[in-house]
Design a protein around this ligand. Structure first.
Ligand code: PMP
Length: 303
């Protein structure tokens, strides 16, 4: 019986141009994504059957590809159409689309890049239903712990090498909470799978600038724009875990959970232990806009 709480499950996968049932979808064990984590990915939210802010996700994908010297097997200009028609054919109305490009299957297992003319990159996609609008986390908020940020130094690249994030998230789960806030030199970089912002006691939104040490969350950029519309001042600067503990509100951002409150950090309650009013308003505004128009279309990700 379905309880509505099962893990999302894709029906089919797009594998190098073919759509196949997920159980039959396969790639070579020699794929460099599998052997080296040599690839990049994107996750785009789906609302009303439409990809949300996909131009921004594709701009970030283009940048990730270029930073690792990988060429998409499909011209990037053709990807929006392929992604949207796959989502439509999958019938997913609310959820997310996962897209991954890896450096292909090379029999040599040599570390240097293979010749891309001989070894074509691998492109896979799958779509999953997920409750984004009435997500329980919007009401309950997320409880988090802080953990050392053990990841590599190019976190701006949305790499499939996610072992650091996996270990941090698992530490959170082992501690009985939902998210790990990653700390480096006393400052929070981001969540294990989300961006993080705080609202100070003076009602200033503080958000760490996007450099090489964190992923430039598309949803966080949208939150900045929406905060601007609410005339909330924004300071783009690093903030400490201490500041987060003492903040009026803390929220996380990601395409798969949108904007949602953090209600406890390391067992200390944030605010009154519920998602705060600004967080709720930002989420509401995001949902109002996201289903109908690109949230950050006028604010290119990499100007
Ligand atoms: N930071 C990290 C480390 C993430 O894994 C994610 C989500 N994949 C994000 C931030 C959020 O990015 P976005 O809003 O673009 O989904």
């Amino acid at each position: 019986m379905r309880t509505g709480n099962e893990a999302p499950h894709p029906r089919n996968a797009y594998v190098n141009g073919k759509v196949v049932p997920i159980a039959e979808a396969s790639i070579s064990i020699l794929d460099r994504g599998f052997l080296f984590g040599d690839g990049v990915y994107e996750v785009t939210a789906i609302l009303n059957g439409q990809l949300v802010d996909n131009p921004a996700h594709l701009a970030r994908l283009e940048r990730s590809l270029s930073e690792i010297g990988l060429r998409s097997p499909v011209p990037l200009s053709e990807l929006p159409e392929r992604m949207q028609s796959f989502v439509t054919s999958e019938g997913v109305r609310e959820g997310m689309l996962y897209l991954q490009i890896t450096r292909g299957a090379d029999t040599s297992r040599a570390f240097p890049f293979p010749d891309p003319e001989k070894i074509p990159p691998t492109l896979v996609m799958f779509a999953m239903e997920k409750k984004l609008i009435d997500a329980p986390v919007a009401e309950t908020g997320t409880r988090a712990i802080t953990v050392p940020d053990i990841r590599w130094s190019r976190r701006d690249i949305k790499s499939v090498s996610l072992l650091g994030q996996v270990l941090c998230k698992q530490a959170a789960v082992a501690a009985g909470v939902d998210e790990a806030l990653l700390v480096e030199d006393g400052f929070i970089t981001e969540g294990s799978s989300s961006g993080v912002c705080i609202l100070t006691r003076n009602d200033v939104l503080v958000s760490r600038p996007a450099r090489r040490d964190l992923l430039d969350s598309i949803t966080r950029k949208a939150a900045h724009l929406l905060a601007g519309e609410l005339s909330i001042p924004i300071e783009e600067r690093p903030f400490t875990s201490e500041e987060a503990l003492n903040a009026k509100e803390v929220f996380c951002t990601s395409a798969s959970t949108l904007i949602h409150g953090v209600v406890a950090i390391d067992g200390h309650m944030i605010g009154d232990g519920k998602p705060g009013p600004v967080t709720r308003r930002l989420r509401e505004l995001y949902l109002e806009i996201a289903g109908s128009e690109p949230v950050i279309v006028h604010n290119p990700v990499f100007p």
